[in-house]
Design a protein around this ligand. Structure first.
Ligand code: GLU
Length: 480
């Protein structure tokens, strides 16, 4: 019988949910679904100094927003300390791990010497074979030991990576025997992760390729604990155009999911973008637009590219714009409501008018938080008429004549019909022998504070008679 497919994502709540973690989660999710397996969420929260509850909350919120569902979890490592301690002790009892009493000063000194000698910096396993007497002496001095795992010496650790193919790392290049438990009994990543992956019967570990060396440390730990070694798949990391690893520290907000939630990107667009970054469909490699559910059946780990992915904001905007176009105007209204409410007094217009305003600008937006700025002029007429293009348009030769005529025709205009509004302006143009920007710009500027923007007939119709009158009068006052 085929072994059950069980995969996991194991974020540490030491920061917000990183884009790279989201992408790896999506690959895990697709792989689990394709193979009718289980996808598990594990929060790796053993580092009490750096963990924050708000990060855990943000991580859970982020997955929820992206509609990534888990079959099990969240499990919390902080609730599993007894298991790590028990298994660390077992390794000690079996002679597979040992107490190391080296102080930080000693380790720093060692590193200094290695640096000066231009040899790789590593722990030299000096406490691997302490005698009982030596140990007792350290203990009598009040020193508290860390626990180190005995890595085999000079052994090639090899595995067949589902993405990278055959990988080989020599244990000599791993920095010496790794610490698995701190002196205060807190497990370190490379140990806790193996205990959990073993205990949770994880069949495939799909994670970022920054963990390649960790995998080489972890395989001997799996073996020492008697767990089957999972299959590994290391996905490339996300880099910027400058070939830097995408990170919050260097690149700020763009590295974390919060920004995309906050600014009105659609989760399905972000998911599509992230999966597409390094994965193409076997039967249609050119296809860019796909929903997660549509590609489950086609998903293969082997089609994840080995080369690093490049973060490209305009491309993400392209995806978002595409998915926004698929939404009904009502959906866009609901999704953007909190952005609108924050900036605009929505009670000024009935809902059907608001929908029309959004419809006017939706095609040109990359994300939902752009909408309030684009329709703000419907709500606020305090735009500056005395500068730049606005001033130029109102100082044009015929601006006064045009605006005077607009005022005079207000009573006969049918504001319910945007075509009629536009026709009225065109008729004014005919009377004055004007068309194009000579005719439209002064009207546009008077009504919206800009010579660009949506259809003029629609602007007039949505503003309605009273607001048009006030705005035209205000522009005429600026003119004289
Ligand atoms: N907590 C680790 C991280 O966030 C998990 C890595 C892994 O998947 O093993 O990088």
């Amino acid at each position: 019988m085929q072994k059950e497919i069980r995969v996991r994502i194991a974020p540490s709540p030491t920061g917000s949910l990183h884009l790279g973690t989201v992408r790896t989660s999506l690959y895990n999710y697709l792989f689990a679904k394709k193979n009718k397996g289980k996808f598990i969420l594990r929060i790796e929260d053993t580092d009490q100094e750096r963990n924050k509850d708000e990060y855990t909350k943000g991580i859970l919120d982020g997955f929820n927003w992206l509609n990534i569902k888990f079959d099990e979890g969240p499990y919390y490592q902080s609730e599993r300390m007894d298991l790590y301690r028990k298994l660390a002790q077992k390794l000690m009892d079996e002679g597979k791990a040992y107490c190391c009493f080296c102080t930080q000063e000693e380790l720093d000194e060692l590193r200094k010497i290695q640096r000066a000698a231009k040899v790789p910096e590593k722990y030299d396993n000096r406490h691997r074979n302490l005698t009982e007497d030596q140990k007792n002496k350290f203990l009598a001095e009040g020193k508290k030991p860390v626990t180190r795992f005995k890595l085999p010496d000079h052994v090639d650790i090899k595995w067949n990576d589902e993405i990278r193919g055959s990988v080989c790392v020599n244990t000599n290049d791993l920095g010496g025997d790794p610490v698995i438990m701190r002196a205060d009994g807190v497990p370190l990543y490379n140990f806790a992760v193996v205990v959990d992956d073993g205990d949770m019967k994880i069949s495939h570990v799909i994670r970022g390729d920054d963990h390649l060396h960790n995998t080489a440390k972890q395989i001997p730990i799996f073996e020492a604990l008697g767990y089957p070694v999972p299959i590994f798949a290391h996905a490339p990391l996300i880099f910027t155009h400058d070939r830097e690893k995408l990170s919050k520290r260097k690149h700020g907000d763009i590295a974390n999911i919060d920004k995309y939630q906050r600014e009105g990107y659609l989760p399905e667009a972000l998911a599509n973008y992230l999966v597409h970054m390094s994965w193409t469909q076997p039967d249609n490699p050119e296809a860019e637009i796909f929903k997660l559910d549509e590609v489950i059946e086609k998903f293969e780990l082997g089609r994840i590219s080995k080369s690093s992915a490049v973060y490209d904001l305009p491309k993400l905007h392209w995806f978002n714009n595409h998915y926004l176009k698929e939404k009904s105007i009502e959906e866009i209204y609901n999704l953007s409501k909190h952005f609108l409410e924050t900036d605009l007094d929505l009670s000024m217009y009935p809902k059907d008018q608001l929908l029309k305003m959004i419809d006017l600008v939706r095609a040109g937006i990359n994300k939902l938080d752009e909408i309030p700025g684009l329709i703000k002029f419907f709500f606020d007429d305090k735009f500056n008429l005395n500068e730049g293009e606005n001033q130029k348009a109102l100082n044009s030769e015929n601006a006064k004549k045009i605006l005077d005529k607009v005022l005079k025709t207000l009573d006969s205009m049918n504001f319910k019909d945007s075509h009629d509004c536009k026709k009225t302006i065109d008729e004014i143009g005919k009377e004055l022998g004007l068309k194009g920007k000579d005719l439209y710009w002064p009207v546009r500027v008077a009504l919206s504070g800009s010579n660009k923007g949506p259809d003029l007939g629609l602007i007039i119709s949505l503003l309605g008679k009273d607001k048009v009158k006030v705005r035209v009068e205000r522009a005429l006052a600026v003119l004289v």
